[in-house]
Design a protein around this ligand. Structure first.
Ligand code: AQP
Length: 342
């Protein structure tokens, strides 16, 4: 069966990139797949998090999922640490993945920076935990932004190596030789990599110190308007065709954002705005962004005001996730040769 899994880290400052690259796509996939959407709190603590702030962020990401239209009844919404299988399978994958594979991960290099000796072991092993998140549910499709492509490839390599290393045991246990499916990334649409509003060469990110670089899902209409009006652009008018966006990263970014919010594409946006000055296009983008984000923002506020309700949604989701996870872990233990409690 086909199944979607994806996650978002509760590390504060959820932004338009997280929405367009991930959460909006989560909603769109609900009609076609059974979906599991996870607040990946164990990933968040690979860098130090203030405990009270972490709790607040976990509920805020859950609220963003629900406010954007994820259905926590039909599908599964929960936080990772409530299902112990994530950490257990990650350990097994620590023993499957090779050092050489992890050494190639560009995100670790970026996030660890120059002081690599001082990065946590968790930050380094992060991609193994991500592979465990997906494969614990034997998910086949993973909607993510462009920045996660390399980690998805690693998850496929881990699935493949596990299936190969344990081929005989998988067969002896009467299981499908492709015990773990090779998960497919779903990276599509006009905004798979939303860039900073201040620098078209950097991705919009939660951890960028300048708040003006991103539109947060908690920003009000005035903040959204001010950030878009101040967004960096070049002095030319908008091009008439998509080819004209080449070597104009800031223009490309704003057109991509508009297209994604309007459920359209860059060509259609330029058919309408090609030749216009940025001042006019930015006003249209402000109106569209406020129009799309205001209802999500309002619903997030309403939801986070009742943490008890969010905790119940997460607990209910975790019970259902755990039922699937336990089946996988029992099979994994049998395959590896670990003895389960009688
Ligand atoms: N700029 C982006 N454009 C499109 N998609 C993006 N995603 C993140 N940034 C962009 C996607 O959002 C999902 C959740 O991301 P995450 O919480 O796991 O963390 P991240 O990728 O590390 O995102 P950030 O916001 O950039 O955080 P920091 O600043 O901590 O690095 C993923 O599907 C991701 O692809």
């Amino acid at each position: 069966p086909q199944r979607v899994f994806s996650g978002v880290q509760p590390t504060g400052n959820l932004h338009l990139g997280n929405y367009l690259g991930a959460i909006k796509r989560f909603v769109e996939l609900q009609d076609r797949f059974g979906c599991i959407y996870c607040v990946v709190d164990l990933h968040a603590i690979t860098v130090w998090q203030d405990p009270a702030e972490l709790r607040r962020s976990i509920r805020e990401v859950a609220a963003a999922f629900l406010a954007a239209g994820v259905d926590g009844e039909k599908h599964i919404v929960f936080n990772q640490s409530q299902v112990s299988g994530h950490a257990e399978l990650a350990w097994i994958f620590n023993c499957v993945a090779r050092l050489g594979w992890l050494n190639r991960m560009t995100q670790f290099k970026e996030k660890a920076g120059k002081d690599r000796e001082n990065a946590s072991v968790g930050l380094y092993a992060y991609p193994n935990l991500m592979a465990a998140d997906i494969l614990l549910y034997r998910a086949t499709h993973v909607p993510v932004g462009e920045d996660q492509k390399q980690h998805l490839e690693l998850a496929r390599d881990i699935a493949q190596k596990f299936n190969n290393d344990f081929a005989a045991s998988i067969a002896a246990n009467g299981l499908d030789e492709k015990f773990f499916p090779l998960p497919e990334p779903l990276i599509a649409g006009p905004a798979t990599r939303v860039m900073s509003l201040r620098d078209g060469s950097k991705k919009m990110s939660k951890s960028e110190p300048s708040d003006a670089s991103r539109i947060n899902l908690t920003d009000d209409a005035d903040q959204i308007a001010s950030k878009i009006r101040k967004a960096k652009t070049d002095p030319l008018p908008l091009p008439e065709t998509v080819e004209g966006l080449k070597d104009r990263p800031e223009a490309d970014n704003l057109v991509g954002i508009y297209a994604a919010l309007a459920d359209s594409d860059a060509a259609a946006v330029l058919a309408q705005y090609g030749g216009a000055q940025f001042s006019a296009f930015k006003q249209a983008l402000v109106d569209l962004t406020v129009d799309k984000l205001a209802p999500i923002n309002a619903e997030m506020k309403r939801l986070v005001a009742d943490p008890g309700h969010i905790d119940r949604v997460l607990g209910h989701g975790a019970e259902r996730a755990d039922a699937i996870a336990e089946t996988t872990m029992a099979a994994v233990k049998d395959i590896v040769g670990l003895i389960r409690r009688a």
